[in-house]
Design a protein around this ligand. Structure first.
Ligand code: 8YV
Length: 325
């Protein structure tokens, strides 16, 4: 019998996924559930046939330089692969897979939750009640802004952007989007979405901006200090994608100075570290990267990882191949 491939899983996964992994492969689990760090990752790639990382693992050129020739697959537990140096992986002929689709709807739900939370001051009100600072109802107390009838500008109209558009239409928002390419008419028409080739022009005209694009060299600080200044003073920003897409320091300054109404952020430039000035601001809603954090998504993501590994080991093309393109 052929020996089972060595699969190194960097973080704790849902129990049934880990059990199945153990049955199918020579699986090495990380029971601590703390990020492994570069030294342990280097050790892992020396012996693993398959590595299963998450967003908290930096699989950079330095780590991959230690990869033994047996490492053939990186089966990422998650959709975004910006924490993996794809150029280095490609040079070494390593296949990379991810877990798209299964987290789309949950992440779009969380984006709506954040959008509502920031515009209607949900977390701010909750903090007030808990602190015992609520002195009774008043007609002018805790006024947020209506979202109905407003313009939502979506940056990145992939799966999650489109799932957000469908939801937002139900809340009475009109949909605007900027994307590398305009959507095919068959996809765009049912969303009743207006395409803006110029991001700058879109930013100046929308009331709420949602970031739904991946982090790539082309999208790093896409919302730069200059672009953030194009937004209306009463605009809101929501980010459930990647912190690096926004210049967080510039955004923090603008929130503090009232140059923008509010921001709801699930992701940060240097997470889990958060700019301490951001934490002080009442007009910022801050979550710890929870966009896809449902039990169902995590199990589905794990199943995708299992299928990608199994297909690859059996000599076929895994369904969610990111590399080779
Ligand atoms: C995960 C995500 O929480 O899939 C992604 O890109 O950001 C989240 O769904 C995390 O990245 C899993 O590694």
């Amino acid at each position: 019998v052929k020996p089972k491939p060595v699969v190194v899983v960097t973080r704790k996964l849902p129990e049934q996924i880990e059990t199945r992994m153990m049955e199918l492969f020579d699986t090495r689990l990380n029971h601590d559930d703390v990020a492994m760090g570069q030294d342990k990752l280097i050790e892992a790639v020396k012996t693993a046939h398959v590595l299963v990382p998450t967003v908290t693992d930096r699989i950079d050129a330095g780590v991959l330089a230690h990869a033994g020739p047996q490492l053939r697959l990186i089966a990422n537990f998650g959709n975004g692969t910006d924490h993996i140096d794809l150029a280095s992986a490609r040079q070494r002929g390593i296949t990379v897979t991810n877990t798209p689709d299964v987290l789309t709807e949950d992440t779009a739900d969380m984006t709506m939750a954040l959008l509502l939370a920031v515009a209607r001051r949900v977390t701010e009100g909750e903090r007030m009640v808990r602190k015992g600072e609520w002195n009774g109802w008043s007609p002018t107390h805790m006024l947020g802004r209506r979202i109905w009838g407003k313009r939502l500008g979506i940056i990145g109209m992939g799966r999650i952007g489109r799932a957000l558009a469908r939801r937002a239409r139900g809340f009475g928002l009109s949909i605007h989007y900027h994307n590398r390419n305009r959507l095919h008419a068959d996809i765009e028409a049912p969303l009743e979405a207006t395409y803006w080739e110029s991001l700058d022009q879109m930013l100046a005209r929308v009331d709420i901006v949602s970031v739904n694009c991946p982090h790539t060299p082309a999208t790093y600080h896409l919302l730069s200090a200059r672009r953030l200044k194009l937004l209306k003073k009463d605009a809101y920003i929501v980010n459930t994608a990647r912190g690096e897409v926004i210049d967080e320091a510039a955004l923090t300054r603008m929130l503090r100075d009232g140059q923008i109404a509010g921001a709801a952020l699930d992701v940060f430039e240097h997470e889990p570290a958060i700019n301490p000035k951001l934490v002080e601001l009442e007009n910022a809603v801050l979550l710890p990267h929870m966009g896809s954090a449902t039990l169902e998504s995590r199990i589905d993501m794990g199943e995708k990882v299992l299928i990608n590994i199994k297909t690859f080991i059996d000599g076929h093309t895994p369904p969610d191949r990111v590399l080779p393109f």
